[in-house]
Every structure is written in C-alpha cells, then in structure tokens.
Ligand binder design. Sequence first.
Ligand code: ADP
Ligand code: ADP
Ligand code: MG
Length: 621
Amino acid sequence: MFESLLIANRGEIARRIIRTANRLGIRTIAVYSDVDAGLPFVKEADEAIAIGPAAARESYLSVGKILEAAQRSSASAIHPGYGFLSENAEFAEAVQNAGIIWVGAPPAAIRAMGLKDAAKELMQAAGVSVTPGYMGTDQSDERLSREAETIGYPLLIKAVAGGGGKGMRRVEAADEFRQSLQSCRREALASFGNDRVLLEKYIKNPRHIEVQVFADTQGNCVHLFERDCSLQRRHQKVIEEAPAPGMDADTRQAICQAAINAAKAVDYVGAGTIEFIADASEGLRPDRIWFMEMNTRLQVEHPVTEAITGEDLVQWQLLVAAGQSLPRVQEELAINGWAIEARLYAESPDAGYLPSTGHLQHLRLPSDIRVDSGVEQGDDITAFYDPMIAKIIAHAPDRPAALEELAKACAEIEIWPVKSNANLLFRIAGDEEFRAATVDTGFLERRGQHFLRRDPDQTVIDQALTSLVKISRLDPWAALSGFRIASEPDPRAAVRIAGQTHWGNIHSGAKASVVVFDDASVLFDRGTAWPISLPVAGLVKPGGPTDDGSVFSPMPGLVTIVDVAIGARVAMGDQLLTVEAMKMEYSLRAPFAGIVAELRVSPGSKVSENQLVATVVKEVS
Ligand code: ADP
Ligand code: ADP
Ligand code: MG
C-alpha cells in the first residue's frame, strides 16, 4: 500500500476517504478553497493545502493547482472523489504522468464512457442492449426532427457530454421539438462545452437501476449487485436503495452480467457504475432494461452497497490502485438485508427545490445510524458547491424495517436557519406508495404535493405555545383571566408559528424540541423547523372561556368579511368575520353558542394584533 493520499475533493466524500485512509495507516492531504478553510475535512486530514478561491474553476477544478499541491506534499496517490475532476481523463493522465498513483478509472476507459453516444455504441457492440434512440453524427435540425418522428413521443434530448441531470429535455410532442433542441444545445454548450445531443425514447414507468462493478489490474471483475435510484427530483437522485425492490434472481443475473460485460469491454479498472433504465410498467424484466451510461468513479450512493455487502468500497479502490487484486471473488459476495440512503439537501421542497444557503446556526443529525456529512453546526452552506448537507443511511434486515429506521432518523434532524428537505424525506419514508415499492422516476412529480409543508397540527401548536410560556416564564394562570373556570381544563391562547396565528392549549407537560436563538425561537418537529413566538402583547386569550366571549384579531390586517350582525344568534364555531393579511385569511369564530353582543368592526376596518373585534354572550333562558 502507498504511503500518502491527496484528496482532490471536498466535504462529505473527502471525510469519507479520510476515514478509510486513517484505518489503513495512509497519510492524508486535503486541498481546500478559501470558503472551505474551516470545514471538518480540512481539520481531519493530516495535512491541508489551500488551492485558491471559492469558484471551483480556480480551485477544485484546477488541474495545475492540485498537481502543485500533490508535489508540494509528496503525495503518492490522488483520489478524486466524485464530481469535479473525477471523470476528467486529462487530469487522470496528468496525475499518472507526474508519477502519482491515480485512484480512479484508466483514462482510456473514462474517455470511452465520457460521451453518452459513443458509450452506447460501444456497449451495443459488446452485446449490451441500450436505450433505443438516435445517436448519430448528423446533428442537423432536419435529421434530428426526422429521427424524433421515428422514435416517437415522448422522448428525451440528452447532451452527449451531459451529467448530473443537466442538459436533458423531455419532449412531449413534435411541435415542441425544435425549441427544446435549441435550449438543450444552449445549456449543453454552456455547461459542458459541447452541444452535441442524442435522442432517446422516453421509457414508460422508468426506474433507474444501476450496478456497482469493480475490476483490478489482474483482469478480475466482479459486481456488487444493484441499487435502485428511481426516487429523483429534476433527474437527480434523492433516495437510493439496495437491492432493488421487485428484482428477481434471473433479472438480477442478467443486468449484473451485462454490467460486467460493459466494464470488460472498456478494460475497466477500479470502481464503476453501470446505469440502466428499466420499463417497470410490468415489473422488472430482463428484456425491459437498457444501458443508459457508465459513471467511471465512485458513486454518491455507494454506502448502500457497502451496507448490504459489508465491504468498504473506498478500501477496495485504494487496494486496486496499489496494484493489489480485488479482496473478494464473486462467490464471496452476498446481499445482507436492505439499505436505504436519503440525501439531505439544503433546499426548499416547497419552493420547487430551490437551493438554500447560509450559516448552519443549528445542526443536529441523527445519531444511531450511519450519517456521512461534510459539515457540522457552525459551518456554512455556500452557493459554490453541491447543496448536500448529509447522507442518512439506514440498514436493516428487510425493506420495511429499513424504511422505519430511515423515517425515525429523518424525524430527528434539526437544521436552522438553512432550509432542508428533512421533513420531505421523513414523509417519503413513511409514504404508502413508496412503501409499496412501486416507485418510478416520476414519483415526486406526481405525488410531490403530498410531501409539501402543511399547517402545523394541533400537537405542534400546543407544544409551541406551552414551550414559549415556559421559556418566557409567563404565568398562564395570571395572564389568562378566567382560566380557572372549571369547564376549561387548559388555558387557550394565541401563538405565532411561521408568521401565522394559531390558537392552542397550554399543557402541563408538552415535550418538544425548542431552541431559543438570539433572533428567533424554533420548534423542531419531524424534520420541519417552525419559527415560533408569542403575539406581541404576550398571551392573548381567544374567544375565551365560558363567561367571557371576547373575540380578538390574532394579527394585524384588514377585515374582509363580516358574517354576522349585532344581535345575531350563533352556534359555537360559527364564523363571525374574516381578517386578511399577507395573502393569508383568518376566520374568527364564536367561542360558544350565544348572541353577538358587540361588533366593533365592519368590512374594510383595519385591525391590530389582539384588538377586540366582537363579543359573544350566552343567552339567558
Ligand atoms: P446524467 O448523466 O445526467 O446522470 P442520465 O442519462 O444518467 O443522465 O439520466 C439521468 C436520469 O434521467 C435517469 O436516472 C432517469 O431518471 C432519467 N432518464 C434518462 N434517460 C431516460 C429515458 N430514456 N427514459 C426515461 N427516463 C430517463
Ligand atoms: P451519482 O454519484 O449517483 O451519479 P450525482 O449525479 O449527484 O450522483 O454525482 C455527481 C455529483 O456529485 C456531482 O455533479 C456533484 O454535484 C456532486 N459532488 C461533487 N463533490 C461532492 C462532494 N464532495 N460531496 C457531495 N457531492 C458532491
Ligand atoms: Mg446518470
């Protein structure tokens, strides 16, 4: 084994590589950009070298700076991680030419698989079936339109140099084709410097199934079974699992063999992943799975494979790079249990998965489960790199148990003020359709509304209220007159949650995770972070207990509707009037059955928070 290893990457994967290197007694060298100087991977490496400004082009993507750092630190090997330079054949060559061991695929194999069209042609020649479509050199609009007609709609236009879900357009009908083609070419040129495209039939009920392969320099090649990465947003993976649900032994045998054939066709060495697309409209069948592309590197979701096989894939990479043979033969590898990984992203699922950046003032990740993360509380999520905060990896004897473990872990996540998809992950893990394992890549698009943020439920409201009363050392007994009336066991009062007023009950023993920051109090509930506060005037009593029918406006706003007149007879819960503010409407209701005795507003009235607007009195019979 070599003596030292430079990691040409950052964050989570850099830490992951350092962990294995430490165990093997290999000295580690981190390289980092200016904004990353304080991150854990920089501290955890034995040596760390600054390589420039935040922009990846001037740091993590700079071949010159990384080689210089390698020379300066006398690194014997370089691991590129994933993303950045990991699939850059020129970089791999430059590393080797500098006399440094390259922990990655041979440059020729990277090149062969680098462009999607050439890779598909090569695979076809090797007898691997590829996604039907057009991958010719004639790139004229006329030819592409004609080929599109032959393939039929819907279809996909893909940049041959594309990756990471970029440079892809789904076209529904012929009249959209030319416009999509132009925009795909523009994006491809801007992102990959190559505007060539290929066309692919859009597979029905598509499932993304991929096979982990490994080869050494002695000609051994094994697979480590499949992963299912069908749960995606914007063609990017969110949840991955191994094995694939519904995979029978014959189909598994067929695709794993196809993956080995693919790797052998390019004289592959190291860790690689063959991605297939499956038409799952009638379950998984060997004749309905097609080669999509090969990723000539370690994959983000490698932990699920590690979990079910019990192997350390980074260790395998280092062994192979050092010229040793694979630590296992095929017969020694078996699937043990079920593993599911969720990618915790700094993003807002409610806003179209808009990335969220900022300071991780508060970060609590689950503890009884494997978590691979690049950041800790106090670090920053910057806009320069991947928005991933962590990967949560559940492993259990079977799929239901793994899902349960994952749901429980995601429910524990606390992040503030950066937004995350933690609650979405929690809800997906418990979703009946996802549990039924009928997921294809359109799942989130179809069912996404199920996972969006809802209003806080009554438990959350009560917990928020109770916690705030405790935190602000308010005495609800004193603050809420009339509370002691026997018919009202808990005092009701108003609480503001995420900018809206809710009425809740103050309990004696609500247990919630509430953290008080300088500028906000936040209640964490199943992955959601709710900013909470008491109304400006402190505790506000609602419609009020039995003998007090005062009705207050919960927020400043405009009265839009008045449903009752003075003297009207109302039932408990009847709507009295509506207050609107910030595009949000709030109905004020009768606290009990009675007569409207007082009405202080009319439509158009401006009201302030806690202003008395109406009074209901009990009818004396
Ligand atoms: P990238 O290089 O960006 O990873 P891929 O070719 O691997 O691009 O495709 C990314 C994702 O797009 C797949 O995981 C799958 O969800 C979807 N996809 C790709 N090709 C097809 C297809 N022919 N039919 C349906 N979905 C597809
Ligand atoms: P997969 O490995 O399954 O193909 P992706 O397509 O998301 O998953 O993997 C490649 C992506 O990994 C890159 O496009 C980049 O956005 C992301 N990436 C690169 N470096 C890191 C890192 N250190 N930590 C997390 N993600 C990273
Ligand atoms: Mg892909």
